[in-house]
Design a protein around this ligand. Structure first.
Ligand SMILES: [Zn+2]
Length: 319
């Protein structure tokens, strides 16, 4: 009989729970629920329901199934299960691990969603078998998951890998931007999908000339990183400048990460990087140009392979 583990991927909009084969990483059953309400008590109930349904579908009983691993889109104190800051959920200092554990009657292990995703990619995806890996994610947010010496590296309190919140010097002419975390001039404030779209919208409203406006047929609510990518491909000077600036910030941050940690592989994931190939190419070019030569030796850069499943697989198998 195959051994199964239960994992959860908790995002700002949905929660997804799955029973995962411990040996192969295969998702045996999965349930997704959209949050009716983002209040912690309500999300705890949604999450517990998704876990129970996924377990039942896979023929698992709680709490015999063991510890439930949860990847949360936010900064988490892994040891205590407290979510310090989850902007997409509007949470600060929520004892989510404890609340969920009480609701399920089973132990719960909380980690940052990108830490969970890095662990999933390491066990069954683009970093299989590698002991030193950095997963860098550029999507609605920006962050990293770190595997060092074969172990998930979460730092002293669980908040390692917050690449999106390293501070960057705003590009010349760009005003400092506030980040969802409440601080100013975070990398994420300039490079995440949500923040990029907000900035382009502001600049178009202020009269910037760009074919992005035509691509979204004047409906600025439809502005996205994908629209900038399309404008770039059509030679739009505004998009060229923006991608140059964004890739410079991202390439420099990843180069610093690689120089510092010397991973064997960088895995690039997240909707912005996976759906904007020209931006991804520029980031890789700038990474190659700015990384220290010694850390670049033998370094490979690969796209994430498990997609949206990485987080839930990694969470289930956190151990
Ligand atoms: Zn921040």
């Amino acid at each position: 009989m195959r051994a199964l583990a239960l994992g959860v991927d908790l995002g700002g909009t949905n929660v997804r729970a799955a029973a995962v084969d411990r040996d192969t990483g295969e998702i045996v059953s999965a349930r997704r629920h959209r949050h009716g309400d983002r209040a912690p008590a309500s999300v705890v109930l949604d999450t517990a329901r998704a876990v129970r349904e996924a377990a039942q579908q896979a023929g698992l009983d709680l709490p015999e199934a063991g510890r439930v691993g949860v990847g949360v889109a936010g900064q988490c104190l892994g040891a205590t299960g407290t979510v310090l800051n989850a902007p997409n959920l509007g949470w600060r200092n929520v004892a989510f691990g404890e609340l969920l554990s009480r609701e399920l009657g089973a132990p719960v292990r909380i980690a940052n969603d990108l830490s969970a995703a890095a662990w999933g990619e390491r066990l069954h995806g683009a970093a299989k078998g590698l002991d030193d890996v950095a997963l860098v994610f550029v999507g609605s947010g920006v962050g990293a998951g770190l595997i060092l010496g074969g172990r998930l590296h979460e730092g002293a309190r669980g908040v390692a890998g917050e690449l999106g919140h390293v501070k960057v010097r705003p590009p010349p002419g760009t005003p400092p931007r506030r980040c969802g975390c409440g601080e100013t001039s975070c990398l994420e404030a300039y490079t995440s999908g949500v923040n990029l779209a907000a900035r382009v919208r502001e600049e178009l409203r202020a009269g910037a000339a760009s074919s992005v406006r035509d691509l979204v047929q004047g409906d600025l609510a439809r502005v996205s990183a994908n629209a900038v990518e399309d404008a770039w491909s059509a030679g739009d000077p505004y998009a060229r400048r923006l991608w140059d600036e964004v890739s410079d910030l991202l390439g420099n941050a990843v180069a610093s990460l690689v120089t510092l940690l010397n991973p064997a592989r960088v895995i690039l994931g997240g909707g912005v990087i996976l759906h904007c190939p020209e931006l991804a190419r520029l980031v890789r070019e700038k990474l190659a140009a700015q990384v220290s030569r010694s850390a670049a030796l033998g370094l490979s850069v690969e796209p994430a392979r498990l997609g949206d499943d990485a987080g839930v697989i990694g969470a289930a198998l956190l151990g």
